[in-house]
Ligand binder design. Structure first.
Ligand code: NAP
Length: 334
């Protein structure tokens, strides 16, 4: 038996997520059965997609179950194994519980080399968010030299990579974030041409007219809502939108509204493509070789926010939905 601390979803949020949606509890886990591994979590990734999963609405992933531990992309260490693919001491990445330990059947679990990079990087700049940015830029935005690419949540886990990949393709990159420090980092460290603070600049359209005088050729959309509507109006002919997410609307109880002038899609021959990164795992090798190389050569900067201790996960997650993280948000579990 192993003593485990875990965090369960005990109430579905209506509107903003509140602390009483979570309950921390202690349980005992039995030793692994045939095919199972017992994993000790080291880092847990907190991601915006977890918010829609807290509701019962149909989505591309099933809802979290009430009174069961939440789950998330995590890096951990195998402490006991009855699965021939894994041995005690292996470092693994996969979906684990918001818990100190998880009993796992090995499906979707992958060994990683802990010497390759800091463990948390496998959840960020070398992991799913970065792969998302790479897919959206390479396969949907397809920026060309001289074009203008807009990225919302420009310094977040996905956005920071999307903007840098757009720049590396020779495009102009413009972004927005919720505070001046983030905007300064976007320009000075990530190489964006410009980044505006969407909390203090209330007229996004006017700022975009100033920062993108040639219009916008591609939009990497992370936020949705009124910023997206302003970007949409400024898309050039044959503009592309990689619709990655709409975090500004995840806590809304009303249905998401589209931009008012939808016929613009026809007039300007726009491509607006939603995508889910997990549909594209076949391209993972290509991503790793390209982006892994950029990280190794110091050509891709990244920021992360590391929160210490599993007990902090609920507050950190609520903060993510208000822009309190700077870069990839991870919890150091052990
Ligand atoms: N399609 C896919 O396969 C896929 C995969 C991964 C992520 N995503 C999506 O990509 C987007 C970014 O995810 P991420 O992991 O990189 O998260 P993140 O950007 O690291 O963190 C979320 C950021 O969103 C911004 N934000 C939060 N609430 C907001 C609000 N009400 N209005 C405007 N901005 C708000 C904040 O940035 P600021 O402080 O800068 O405003 C916050 O830091 C999300 O929409 C997510 O759902 C999609």
């Amino acid at each position: 038996m192993t003593d485990v601390t875990q965090i369960v979803l005990c109430k579905r949020p209506a509107g903003d997520v509140t602390a009483d949606c979570f309950r921390q509890e202690s349980v005992e886990l039995a030793a692994p059965g045939d095919g199972q591994v017992l994993i000790r979590s080291r880092f847990l990734s907190l991601d915006p997609y977890m918010r829609p999963r807290m509701t019962e609405l149909r989505s591309y992933t099933p809802p979290f179950e009430l009174d069961k531990p939440l789950t998330g992309g995590s890096v951990g260490e195998v402490v006991e194994s009855k699965n021939p693919r894994f041995a005690k001491g292996d470092t693994v990445i996969g979906m684990l519980n918001w818990a100190t330990h998880t009993l796992h059947d090995g499906k979707g679990l992958r060994k990683i080399d802990p010497a390759l990079a800091p463990l948390s990087a496998h959840l960020g700049v070398l992991g799913m968010p970065s792969f998302t940015a790479w897919y959206g830029i390479r396969h949907i935005c397809k920026p060309k030299a001289g074009e203008t690419v807009f990225v919302s949540a420009a310094t977040g886990a996905v956005g920071q990579v999307a903007g840098q990949l757009a720049k590396l393709a020779g495009a102009k990159a413009v972004g927005c974030a919720s505070d001046d420090d983030k905007c300064r980092w976007a320009v000075r460290e990530a190489g964006y041409d410009a980044c505006f603070n969407h909390k203090t600049e209330h007229d996004a359209g006017a700022v975009l007219d100033k920062l993108c005088p040639q219009g916008i050729d591609a939009d990497f959309e992370n936020v949705g809502g009124k910023i997206f509507h302003a970007v949409f109006e400024r898309l050039n002919n044959f503009g592309r939108v990689a619709f990655c997410g709409a975090i500004s609307e995840y806590q809304d109880t009303a249905p998401m509204a589209g931009p008012p002038k939808m016929f613009t899609i026809v007039q300007r021959r726009l491509t607006i493509q939603g995508f889910i990164v997990s549909d594209h795992v076949a391209l993972m090798g290509e991503f790793v070789s390209e982006v892994g190389g950029l990280v190794r050569d110091g050509k891709l900067r990244s920021r992360e926010t590391v929160v210490d201790g599993l007990a902090q996960a609920p507050a950190a997650f609520m903060g993510l939905l208000k822009g309190e993280n700077f870069g990839k948000l991870v919890v150091k579990v052990a």
